[in-house]
Ligand binder design. Structure first.
Ligand code: ARG
Length: 459
């Protein structure tokens, strides 16, 4: 039989299938920390307002503290006999304090209680995730700093485009992760609002001090509208969106690591400890970890779409559909956390194949744009220069040569303005160096950007 926090109105026992289907204890058990914390704040406020006595409050607080410790130690098992975590905490409290514990729910409903617990949970998770993002960024910036001399091809359409610093490429991911962290932090001003005091939907008859509870729990403010407060889950959706964007970034980085470690690219190798083998092909060393990060991105997107869909047709205020917010939220938080941890370690386990990277940057006319820029400096319009360089590339393709292997005479056949100094423009290293512009791949620009990021990360 399920222990319920309702029942008076019912003549018959709930069907066991209904218990099984209706219960959320199987997954909301992890909210016990937030539930007890919220209950403690509510209890203190009830005493301060004279709704319960100080003596009653201290007994309830002591019992709640005990429940917390017992769950933590594993002495109190979160049993499936309860409908949800709120029921479990309340029933256990009543078990410890008798009818006194029954006073705790004064002026409160599970509707504002669950909204509170989820807000506290999302807030905690955001703090954890932003700390993990910071770790990943620190690792990226360190690798960028240690490999400032490494040149590789930059790509568009997965076709070699222009030479870039490997550091510049890695710092692009740092920039994405930085925005991800900012997005999570920005959302806190909407997450960190106290819904308690909204009760079931209409607010409470009791003279509750909501500001006090908000202070006690570290909220920035109280919700403005009780009906909104118990039925709003857009803070969860925002979290899921932010998690999805973050996963998309991790997935793109994963994709590059997978490509780069292929024999076709051979730009990197990942240490044995971070790869796996095949059950049949003895020679295989597979990049399972980045593949899994890429794969797990799908489930986080799924949770976002799923909750958007759950919410779209709900009339105000609370509807049981909303219980479906939790599993996706928890799974997204767990997924994002483990993926960030894995990514941080994984990128620390990469060694770069300097020769391959450099050789790839030297082949495929990556300095063609530099040659066009050179012609512009010599007085041509860019469109004219573009056309001529296109023709030189065709010529070079026919001859099986790179641009810097074409003689000055051959080149002058295409444009008289070309002089000996053109070869400085056809040098891969120089091509990178010339991108001095802030935000560009030039060594100086990248060095500056590393300095800035280190300041931002306080390392
Ligand atoms: N387990 C419920 C949930 O997660 C708690 C709120 C129940 N409220 C109610 N009116 N049935 O949404």
């Amino acid at each position: 039989m399920t222990e319920k926090v309702w029942g008076g109105r019912f003549r018959e026992e709930t069907d066991s299938l209904v218990n099984r289907f209706n219960a959320s204890i199987g997954f909301d058990r992890r909210l016990y920390v937030q539930d007890i914390k919220g209950s403690m704040a509510h209890c203190k406020m009830l005493a301060r307002q004279g709704i319960i006595s100080d003596d009653e409050a201290s007994k309830i607080l002591a019992a709640l503290g005990e429940i917390n410790r017992e769950i933590e130690r594993g002495d109190l098992l979160i049993s499936d006999d309860y409908e949800d975590i709120h029921g479990l905490v309340e029933k256990t409290l009543v078990g410890k304090t008798g009818s006194l514990g029954e006073k705790l729910h004064t002026g409160r409903s599970r509707n504002d209680q669950v909204a509170l617990d989820v807000r506290l949970y999302v807030r905690d998770v955001i703090h954890h995730i932003t700390a993990l993002i910071r770790e990943t960024r620190i690792t990226l910036v360190k690798i960028a700093e240690d490999n400032l001399d490494l040149i590789m091809p930059g790509y568009t359409h997965l076709q070699r485009a222009q030479p870039v610093l490997l550091s510049h490429h890695l710092l692009a991911y740092n920039a994405m992760l930085k925005r991800d962290g900012e997005r999570f932090n920005d959302s806190l001003k909407r997450v960190n609002i106290l819904p308690l005091g909204s009760a079931a939907l209409a607010g409470s008859t009791f003279n509750l001090d909501r500001e006090m509870v908000a202070d006690e729990l570290g909220f920035d403010g109280i919700s403005e509208n009780s009906m909104d407060a118990v039925s709003d889950r857009d803070f969860v959706l925002e979290f899921l969106f932010n998690a999805s964007v973050l996963m998309m970034h991790l997935s793109r980085l994963s994709e590059e690591l997978i490509l780069w470690s292929s024999q076709e690219f051979s730009f990197i190798s990942i240490s044995d400890a971070f790869c796996t083998g095949s059950s049949i092909m003895p020679q295989k060393k597979n990049p399972d970890l980045p593949e899994l990060i890429r794969g797990k991105t799908g489930r986080v997107y799924g949770h976002l779409i799923s909750l958007l869909t759950v919410m779209k047709g709900l009339p105000l205020t609370y509807n049981k559909d909303m219980q479906e917010d939790k599993e996706g939220l928890f799974d997204s938080a767990d997924t994002v956390e483990i993926c960030l941890e894995v990514m941080t370690k994984l990128i620390g386990e990469i060694s770069f194949n300097r020769e391959r990277l450099r050789a790839a940057a030297e082949k495929g006319f990556l300095v063609a744009t530099d040659l066009a820029d050179y012609l512009v400096v010599k007085g041509m319009t860019f469109r004219e220069a573009h056309e001529i360089v296109g023709r030189i590339v065709l010529y070079a393709l026919d001859k099986g040569k790179e641009l810097n292997e074409i003689s000055l005479d051959e080149m002058r056949g295409f444009a008289r303005k070309i002089d000996q100094d053109v070869y400085e423009w056809l040098d891969t290293e120089m091509s990178v160096k010339r991108k001095k512009i802030p935000g560009g791949t030039g060594h100086d620009a990248v060095r500056k950007s590393i300095k800035k990021e280190k300041e931002d990360l306080r390392i």
